[in-house]
Unconditional design. Structure first.
Length: 64
């Protein structure tokens, strides 16, 4: 069993009304992502390098 405690934070694009948003917990090797409204369903884990590449692409508006 994994006893790691994650420090979750919501997306900077989230609003106070609790709309569609995600939370992330960043670690040195992986980033965990979950749906704020369905936390009980678990999370996705992606390699930290892939997360950084994704954020870079989003910031540069390179995603279709």
């Amino acid at each position: 069993m994994n006893d790691t405690v994650y420090r979750w934070h919501t997306s900077s694009f989230s609003n106070a009304s609790g709309g569609n948003c995600v939370e992330v917990a960043e670690g040195p090797r992986a980033v965990n992502i979950r749906d704020t409204q369905h936390r009980h369903l678990g999370h996705l884990a992606v390699p930290a390098t892939e997360w950084r590449a994704f954020l870079h692409a989003v910031r540069k508006d390179e995603l279709d």
